[in-house]
Design a protein around this ligand. Structure first.
Ligand code: ZN
Length: 580
């Protein structure tokens, strides 16, 4: 398959009508484009870093201006027309009418850059007046969202008040009020959100796509049919195990509230959307980290697998400070090795996970081959870097990893292994069911924003999460999930990141780090590899460097995965790892 496409493309390059002229034209275009965009992008990345670390308005203003400059480059209609023409003469692929392009595979480096450019321009071709309308409405909703105050019996409450009630309160009526309060913002923003969906659809239709959902997926080089297939598989493979886990959980929860399992309502679970594991299985992992230094542990671990992060940490902003962005991220400033992470470290399990996660993103960026052109020195896809981050982030509660990194005695290890594995399994399976709801609901939302969305939401929640819809008229609680506004049509990428992490883990365990002579390792590998920790294995770092980080965006993400693991992305290994 790969060979055929390659040969086909080569034929176009060599024997097509005036290919050498086109090739030169494209090379000149890329040169001029990068000369313009590279400095802007580096400055914008620096401005973003400054804004996040200081919280100063002037840094945010500088960032906004630079983002606008970049948007203007990619919004250029003549240049887009030229790219479109070049792309048509390079290969017969078209994207008209929202029809998915065939998977791009084995393209030459030049054609790959052309693809990246084409999609980046396409995303910015929305007609300027309409684009402004979309941005304004998006901003309006987000402002309304952040200033909205939910109330219980007329008294204002914060989201953390609500979380406290949902995780600790035994009184079912109080729980119901708190759960309903968590959804109130939905009704407040829903009409604007539906209008935003209509505007986004209008923009996508003007560019020849069915709707904005299809547009987003195709311009991020994904294929709607393939996504549907992955989510269908996930649904089939997880529905039975999820039902078993949930009925066990329902019994525990019902006992705690003194009711029958069939009386449980959505407010009896510990999260407004039932997307996180209820605390009933929670295990205090913080006790293992409180006397340690999570920064040093992460530094030691990455050095051990041959991917040292000292330079990254030296440039990073790691500890809490007033005015600083309160969460965490990794940031590639210049695609030339200046990679930094932002954290607010404490010696807890959550921050152990976070620093491993962010450094996973950071090493991906740091180890791109500098010999690749600037346009390809980035991850193959946003979900592939998420996959690497997840692969390493998962170690913070991996009993084998903890035993070795923290010198735990055997008896502690065994106890930890039992509980933490169950918690991890349930967390993963719960997330799958939730991600399925998000994916399908959003797909239907963009296909027809004027249908009865509140009913649709509950039909999906009942079907995939096995929760009962509340009595009485349904509200637009679904709209309180801010992702629908701020990160549209993106949620599936979190799921794909998890799937990729498992696929890489399987390959690492069975092909890269295999130590057949070591019976303990062989036994752990056989047991779905849960006891494998990666510690001290330089060949794991080498494998990832050569097959994933180095090539960057040199290949379409699915070709990269196939080259790295021998097969395209598949949910099989995720299911093997967690759902047996
Ligand atoms: Zn991440």
């Amino acid at each position: 398959m790969l060979v055929i496409v390659d040969a086909f493309l080569a034929a176009f390059l060599v024997t097509g009508c005036g290919p050498s002229v086109k090739e030169t034209e494209l090379k000149d275009f890329i040169k001029a484009h990068v000369a313009k965009v590279e400095p802007l992008s580096t400055q914008a990345n620096l401005a973003y870093w400054d804004a996040s670390t200081t919280g100063k308005a002037e840094d945010y203003d500088r960032l906004k201006k630079l983002q606008l400059d970049i948007h203007q480059v990619y919004g250029n209609r003549d240049e887009f027309a030229l790219l479109k023409e070049l792309r048509e003469s390079f290969s017969p692929r078209t994207c008209a009418g929202g029809k998915p392009c065939p998977q791009v595979a084995g393209l030459s480096k030049l054609a790959r850059q052309l693809d990246k450019l084409y999609y980046a321009y396409l995303q910015n071709q929305i007609e300027p007046t309409l684009s402004k309308e979309i941005v304004d409405l998006d901003t309006k909703i987000q402002e309304r969202y952040s200033t909205f105050r939910a109330t219980i019996d007329g008294k204002e409450v914060t989201m953390s008040d609500i979380y406290t009630i949902l995780t600790t309160e035994k009184d079912c009526h109080k729980r119901e009020l708190a759960w309903r309060a968590s959804k109130q913002v939905g009704d407040a923003i829903v009409s604007d959100l539906i209008q935003l969906v209509r505007l986004r659809n209008k923009a996508a239709e003007e560019l020849g796509f069915d709707n904005y959902h299809t547009f987003s997926i195709i311009t991020s080089e994904q294929n709607p049919q393939e996504l549907d297939r992955i989510f269908e598989q996930l649904d089939q493979l997880t529905s039975g195990p999820f039902a078993r886990f949930k009925s066990e959980l329902d019994q525990v929860l019902a006992d705690a509230y003194g009711i029958k399992p069939e009386e449980l309502m959505p407010w009896h679970y510990h999260d407004p959307f039932f997307q996180r594991t209820p605390l009933v299985y929670e295990l205090d992992l913080d006790q293992y980290y409180q006397d340690r230094d999570v920064r040093k542990l992460a530094q030691k671990f990455y050095a051990g697998i041959g991917l040292p992060v000292d330079d990254i940490l030296a440039r990073s902003d790691l500890y809490d400070r007033v005015g600083k962005y309160p969460h965490a991220f990794s940031h590639d400033i210049d695609r030339r090795g200046d990679v930094r992470i932002l954290c607010n470290l404490q010696n807890t399990e959550r921050w152990m996970e976070t620093i491993l996660h962010e450094l996973g993103h950071a090493i991906y960026s740091k180890y791109h081959n500098q010999s690749e052109p600037w346009l390809l020195r980035e991850p193959a896809h946003s979900f592939t870097t998420e996959g690497i981050a997840v692969l390493f982030g998962r170690l913070s509660r991996n009993a084998a990893w903890m035993r070795e990194m923290l010198d735990l005695p055997d008896v502690q290890y065994k106890e930890l292994d039992k509980v933490s594995w169950k918690y991890t399994q349930f967390g993963q399976i719960l997330f799958v069911r939730w991600a399925i709801v998000m994916y399908y609901f959003e797909k239907h939302l963009y296909a027809d924003p004027d249908q009865d969305l509140n009913t649709l939401w509950w039909e999906m929640v009942e079907k995939y999460q096995l929760l009962r819809r509340p009595p009485g008229p349904l509200d637009a609680g679904w709209a309180s999930k801010l992702h629908f506004t701020s990160a549209p049509c993106y949620y599936h990428n979190y799921m794909l990141g998890e799937i990729l992490a498992s696929q890489l883990h399987h390959y690492i365990v069975h092909e890269v780090a295999k130590r057949q002579s070591d019976p303990a390792f062989a036994a752990a590998a056989a047991e779905s590899a849960k006891g494998v920790s990666y510690i001290g294995q330089k060949k794991i770092g080498k494998y990832l460097h050569e097959n994933v980080f180095g090539p960057g965006a040199r290949y379409h993400w699915n070709e990269m995965i196939e080259r790295a693991t021998g097969e395209p992305l598949t949910p099989r290994y995720f299911v093997d790892q967690f759902i047996r």
